[in-house]
Design a protein around this ligand. Structure first.
Ligand code: SF4
Ligand code: FES
Length: 255
């Protein structure tokens, strides 16, 4: 007989403003990911189950959700590891509804990403995330005196920003407690992205200063309270909290 994996999945739609949890069982197989389990639920139990995905390979950043109370990428998380792997320490409590009947030992809990408005089931409104992302203008422009994008960059220079370049804008680090309490906080992603450009040796001094000015305002770098939740949940090793600290250092050298 095929062994089954139990799931407790958060559901919410226009008819159910509070949200609820539903139970499903999915046949286990080696390598089965959370995303594949959600496809199974959609195909076999309820085609209305809403969740985002695209690449299925931890690149597009679409499939972020909270799995057993930890923000994760569904396509990169295998069901076999959920109960056994080491979880990030000191995460805030993410509450979406009443989970007192969750059997933590053998049931995988699936909830949306925290601190975002829920549109339906596991789909959240990422507009605020993108708003602040755009605010830092994370791209090279022709009207600046930058040397990019055609100019070469030495390997040391690439190395110094590589971890920041790896951000896939998945929004897992929006789990930051400052985002929970301050709707105007830029969030770790936008600030890490700002540092990806501030630290890029091809940027003109004028452009660098412009970005520094953008992120040195009440709800940006100075609002970070150094929880470092972002560093602990990031699936790509971007270390946004460390990037924010780097911006502080650069700013203090400016003064
Ligand atoms: S910094 Fe990490 S957690 Fe935050 S959006 Fe980028 S990849 Fe995702
Ligand atoms: S589906 Fe693209 S990151 Fe998971």
């Amino acid at each position: 007989m095929v062994e089954m994996q139990k799931f407790l999945v958060f559901r919410k739609d226009s008819e159910d403003k509070e949200g609820r949890y539903e139970r499903f069982e999915v046949p286990k197989r080696k390598g089965l990911t959370i995303l594949e389990a959600l496809f199974y639920i959609q195909d076999n139990y309820d085609s209305t189950l809403a969740f985002r995905y695209s690449c299925r390979g931890a690149i597009c950043g679409s499939c972020g959700m909270t799995i057993d109370k930890v923000p994760e990428l569904a396509c990169r998380t295998q069901i076999s590891t959920v109960k056994t792997k080491k979880k990030p320490v000191k995460l805030p409590e993410f509450n979406f509804g009443q989970t007192s009947n969750w059997n933590q030992e053998n049931e995988i809990l699936i909830e949306p990403l925290p601190n975002m408005e829920i549109i339906q089931d596991l789909v959240v409104n990422m507009d605020p995330f993108w708003k602040f992302y755009r605010e830092v203008e994370p791209y090279f422009t022709r009207d600046w005196n930058d040397e990019a994008p055609e100019s070469n960059q030495g390997s040391d220079a690439v190395k110094s920003i590589e971890h920041l370049v790896n951000c896939i804008a998945c929004g897992l680090c929006w789990a930051c407690p400052v985002n929970a309490n301050n709707k105007e906080y830029f969030g770790p992603t936008a600030l890490a992205k700002a540092n990806r450009f501030i630290a890029d040796n091809r940027l003109s001094e004028e452009h660098r200063q412009e970005i520094l000015d953008k992120v040195w305002q009440e709800n940006a770098v100075p609002a970070c309270e150094k929880y470092f939740v972002c560093n602990r949940v990031c699936p790509k090793g971007v270390r946004p909290g460390t990037a924010i600290n780097d911006i502080r250092d650069k700013w203090s050298k400016n003064e």
